[in-house]
Write a protein that binds this ligand. Sequence first.
Ligand SMILES: C[S@@+](CC[C@H](N)C(=O)[O-])C[C@H]1O[C@@H](n2cnc3c(N)ncnc32)[C@H](O)[C@@H]1O
Length: 277
Amino acid sequence: MEERMYPPDFHALKKGVKQLIGFNTGQYKDAYLGRRFNARMRVYNIDTYHAYWEILKKDQQEQQQLRDYLTINVTEFFRDASAYECIQNDVLPMLSSEKEKIRIWSAGSSDGKEAYSIAMMCVELLGLKNAQKRVKIIGSDIDRESIEHARRGEYISKPNVPQTDIIKQLRFIKNPELYFNIQNNIYSIKSEVKQIVQFENHDLISGIKKFNFDMILCRNVVIYFNRELQKILYNDFYNALNMNGFFVMGKTETLFGDSRNLFESYNTRERIFKRKY
Ligand SMILES: C[S@@+](CC[C@H](N)C(=O)[O-])C[C@H]1O[C@@H](n2cnc3c(N)ncnc32)[C@H](O)[C@@H]1O
């Protein structure tokens, strides 16, 4: 899709960033990296990748800034409500009628809101005791800070910023007090809900392979990956799913090439698929 040619100093920067901060730039699309580098370059009012590299090499703070900026971790509770409606009304009831133990993976979980959203839905469906007994949710992310945040499970609601207005995001939940200790604008996940979820620092590309899941959500993560890597990842997800397991993608993501043969569509609009065979 992206036909743009990038100058040699772009590729030198890409390589340098990998060596310097250990961020695997090879996994990401040039268009995505270009946008991110350009945004950081605007901060310094410079217009060559080489000039940015000269700054980056010497400035540890900028290295951290770039690392944070490359792993953007925007997320919400119940992001894309209609997908969660399908999960609540169809997917989870089906899984819970078929299986005694249900294992779910939120791959690229950011600060944990996706994993906790699913945990709340499981509790709504099964009740707390049963959900604790029957459901295990793994949240994983490459970004250590996000994982630490997820483990803390503390979120600040800012009603004037739509993306952080937690009350609005929790519209699925009749009684948020069941899941959160709420103090002023701070929402802290209760320990009994945390018990259902476990967070791990994990790189989807180079990390150990995972198995035995009944549902995998990998949403708004692979959009930044190049196509080759997306294909490898979809294959990994196929292998990681049990028979009849579900795969949930982000609203703007699609399966392509051979990976389309691995899954059948369960709800096309919501990007929910089922493992074939
Ligand atoms: C935009 S967030 C999506 C969060 C959540 N899944 C959602 O849809 O709301 C993307 C997350 O993917 C993570 N990520 C990027 N590359 C990754 C990789 N190679 N392995 C694991 N996580 C990765 C980022 O750190 C970030 O937290």
